[in-house]
Design a protein around this ligand. Structure first.
Ligand SMILES: NC(=O)C1=CN([C@@H]2O[C@H](COP(=O)(O)OP(=O)(O)OC[C@H]3O[C@@H](n4cnc5c(N)ncnc54)[C@H](O)[C@@H]3O)[C@@H](O)[C@H]2O)C=CC1
Ligand SMILES: O=C(O)CCC(=O)C(=O)O
Length: 418
């Protein structure tokens, strides 16, 4: 994945005539630490888990990004996610570079005590790699509030700091900010609402299918549903449910909490089970991938019918499928813009921790709305002015900001006097 991201970056640098020093710097991660975490299991045995943390680029500020627990986590995935974070933070105009971390684990197979030992061991291993002015962690897939709380508690114990500013997404009672839980979804929702007129979208008529019903997928469904959008399908790792008359996200969540998954939840009409693959191919107005990367590839891109794809997951569409979908006229609101609301509010948590002054919900939401609307408008304008896809426009937008911060420190041209 990183090779492909790097190649697209090279083309963008050439097209925008960005100084070669910038590509030379951005083509590789600044540093990645790989460790093996040895965990004592409840039955007394020991198990080893591979774990990584990558600081991709820190020209715009300390590196920032979540940590995920998933069986598919690999070095390539973490470095690619950290590359995307570098651009996402620049698109959102945050004073951060990009980072990411993860553990190769199926956390559903661990007991709560094993999960706690794993979360604390992760921090122990990376405590000198992270830091409030160096690398700041946050939640991602399968690292919910309790995992973040264990991590923050461990970091506080190791450093002797009562308030661990190197970790955001903390519970409010532990220095977290109001508004972080639904920030990622809210950011995507604000971006979509901002584009409604330009995209000729009418919430009263539009239908939406959402892949993934975790933090991001659920809150997206809730916000869009409250605005009148008809949520016709949602999914989790076990499968999907489809109801052409619409689903109530609150009722589906209620079902999930009692039954461990969404399958079996009922909507307003005849609800039926479909596969995750079928969900992606539904005839709807907006498709919201909110689970894993590489869900839409050349193998299924020609069967995607949604006119608009709001990428809430990181990297749900492969570069080849992206080109095919764009050529076929689909509008893709890219991940580095659409899901930047989470890190935007994480930044506010970091700011509040540093100042010791805590904001109320309306101030957090106003800030998020201003940031998302401003940057969505900037990306939309570049998309139209340069006649490029929204993804290319978002990369141009972020790259210009990153290039400015690299060049501001002096390039080869500066030293040669040219
Ligand atoms: N949580 C955050 O603040 C941010 C999350 N993201 C991205 O959003 C995506 C989702 O993250 P979260 O909602 O936080 O994770 P989560 O762990 O809360 O939820 C993940 C959801 O995806 C479902 N899922 C897993 N495998 C699936 C599959 N093969 N098909 C369909 N559904 C599947 C799970 O059942 C669960 O419902 C990830 O790509 C993550 O990187 C991006 C920016 C910030
Ligand atoms: O809130 C954060 O700092 C991290 C969010 C993240 O990992 C992401 O946007 O993919």
């Amino acid at each position: 994945m990183l090779d492909k991201a790097r190649e697209n970056l090279r083309l963008a640098c050439e097209q925008l005539k960005i100084h070669p020093d910038v590509f030379e710097e951005l083509k590789s991660p600044r540093e990645t630490l790989a460790v093996t975490l040895l965990i004592r299991m409840d039955n007394g045995s020991r198990r080893a888990f591979k774990a990584w943390r990558c600081r991709y680029n820190d020209r715009r500020g300390p590196t920032k990004g979540g940590v995920r627990f998933h069986p598919n986590v690999s070095l390539d995935e973490i470095e690619t996610l950290a590359f995307w974070m570098t651009f996402k933070c620049a698109v959102a105009n945050l004073p951060f570079g990009g980072g990411k971390g993860g553990v190769c684990v199926n956390s559903k197979e661990l007991s709560p005590t094993e999960l706690e030992r794993l979360s604390r061991a992760y921090i122990e291993a990376f405590s000198s790699f992270i830091g409030p002015d160096r690398d700041i962690m946050a939640p991602d897939m399968y690292t919910n509030g309790i995992v973040i709380a264990w991590m923050a508690d461990e970091y506080a114990a190791i450093t002797g700091e009562p308030l661990p500013m190197a970790i955001t997404g903390k519970p409010i009672a532990f220095g977290g900010t109001v508004g972080r839980t639904d920030a990622t979804a809210r950011g995507g929702y604000i971006a979509l609402r901002h584009l409604e007129a330009s995209l000729n979208l009418d919430p009263a008529k539009a239908t939406v299918a959402i892949q993934g019903f975790g933090n991001v997928g659920y809150h997206c469904a809730k916000l869009l549903h409250a605005d009148g959008y008809r949520i016709v399908a949602v999914s989790d790792s076990r499968g999907a449910i489809y109801d052409p008359d619409g689903l109530d996200p609150l009722a589906v969540m209620e079902h999930k909490l009692h039954n461990g998954g969404i399958l079996g939840a009922k909507g307003h009409g005849e609800t039926r089970e479909i596969s995750n693959a079928e969900l992606l191919e539904l005839d709807c107005d907006v498709l919201v991938p909110a689970a894993l990367e590489r869900q839409i590839t050349l193998a299924n891109s020609d069967r995607i019918k949604a006119r608009i794809i709001l990428e809430m997951a990181n990297g749900p569409i492969t570069p080849e499928a992206d080109a095919a979908l764009t050529a076929a006229g689909h509008i893709i609101v890219p991940d580095i813009l659409a899901n930047s609301g989470g890190v935007t509010v994480s930044h506010l948590e970091w700011v509040q921790n540093r100042s010791g002054f805590y904001w109320d919900n309306s101030r957090v939401r106003d800030h998020l709305k201003t940031t998302m609307s401003t940057e969505t408008q900037a990306v939309w304008a570049l998309h139209n002015d340069m006649d490029i896809s929204m993804r290319e426009a978002a990369y141009v937008h972020g790259l210009r900001r990153i290039a400015d911060s690299v060049e501001a420190r002096g390039t080869q041209a500066y030293f040669s006097g040219t």
